[in-house]
Design a protein around this ligand. Structure first.
Ligand code: PMV
Length: 343
């Protein structure tokens, strides 16, 4: 069906940082992961996307942070829009205007918030009112971790066991008000390379070549139960070592992949060391680090330790800036200005 007039909608989501990482796809067509993962959706950072299906357009258009994109990123968006058009029985091309209020493709999970925002805006513009779980499944097809950014607070993406992926979706564990004392000090590292290989391809190289991949898979179910329990009990003394253990396991898999995947800079490694030292000096785990497929480091700690840790990390050469973040809200509709083109 071609519409007679443009249909427009806007949606906004925040990136999430995984405490238990998704790394490995068992079905590339449906983006089904090998393991479940757990994340925190963050406040303050956001991707905002406006989609306009317009019968006057001859092809999809994609603007990100003011730049018209073509090639790979355009194709990803175009393929995603095709799925939405198919679901809605729509044929119109769309203009997608998206902005991130943070650095794109640098390990701050812009693909997660980006595809979650695209899923929300495109479905609404197409007149589809999908329940959050369905929206999460759709976002997963754009980028796996995007399925978790539909929800706020603490989120689990269940791997599911069905071949058709119907039991593979994200669900909220605890909302963003569950643990106000928990903060995320993010160290933004200078010279963080823009990803050379997309995560989806990199993780498949790990599945195929890392000798650590299988043992990691065996460890994960128990670690997920432990992280869930630590979150429920707000048990920082348990949570912080667990997330470091998980991050180290993820990094080992990356490093033992052929060719080796190294996302960190020397400064990132120093930040990890600061966290280890801080815990050693305190005699208890007052903080825990984690990072995704990028050089920036997230340090989870309690509000009362945040200023001290932030000062230590900010003082390192090579740390460009630090952010103080908390658990934040899930996806939300944004009002679109009258002309519908500005995000
Ligand atoms: O969703 P993708 O394809 O960008 O992969 C994300 C992978 C990690 O960020 C490293 C882990 C995760 O669970 O978010």
């Amino acid at each position: 069906m071609r519409g007679s007039s443009p249909r427009v909608a806007g949606y906004e989501t925040s990136p999430n940082i995984a405490l238990i990482k998704y790394w490995g796809i068992r079905d590339p067509r449906l983006n089904l992961p090998f393991n479940s993962s757990v994340s925190v959706t963050l406040d303050r950072l956001r991707s905002r996307t406006v989609v306009r299906f317009d019968p006057k357009l001859s092809a999809d258009r994609f603007r990100l942070n003011g730049t018209e994109l073509s090639g790979g990123p355009w194709e990803d968006v175009h393929r995603f829009l095709d799925r939405v058009r198919e679901l809605a029985g729509l044929e119109d091309a769309a203009s997608v205007v998206s902005t991130n209020n943070f650095q794109t493709a640098s390990g701050l999970a812009s693909s997660a918030s980006g595809f979650a925002a695209l899923a929300g805006a495109a479905t609404r513009a197409a007149g589809l009112d999908l329940p959050p779980r369905r929206l999460s499944q759709l976002a997963r097809l754009g980028s796996g971790s995007a399925c978790r950014s539909i929800f706020g607070g603490f989120v689990e993406w269940e791997r599911g066991t069905r071949a058709d992926g119907r039991d593979c979706y994200a669900r909220p564990l605890f909302d963003e008000h569950h643990w106000p004392e928990l903060v995320d000090v993010v160290a933004i590292v200078d010279g963080a390379p823009t990803k050379a290989v997309r995560s989806a391809s990199a993780m498949q190289a790990s599945v195929e070549t890392s000798p650590e991949f299988a043992s990691r898979q065996r460890e994960l179910p128990a670690r997920i139960v432990a992280v869930r329990r630590a979150l429920r009990r707000r048990d920082w003394a348990r949570l912080f070592p667990l997330i470091m253990e998980e991050c180290d396991s993820f990094r080992r898999v990356c490093e033992t992949t052929t060719p080796s995947l190294d996302y960190l800079t020397a400064t990132s490694r120093e930040v990890l060391e600061v966290v280890r030292e801080t815990n050693a000096i305190a005699g208890e785990p007052v903080a825990g680090y984690t990072h995704d497929a990028g050089a920036h480091v997230h340090i989870f700690t309690l509000r009362r330790h945040a200023a001290g840790i932030r000062a230590r990390v900010a003082g390192l050469r090579g740390v460009a800036t630090t952010h103080l973040l908390h658990a934040g809200p899930g996806g939300r509709t944004v009002r679109v200005p009258a002309r519908g083109t500005v995000a």
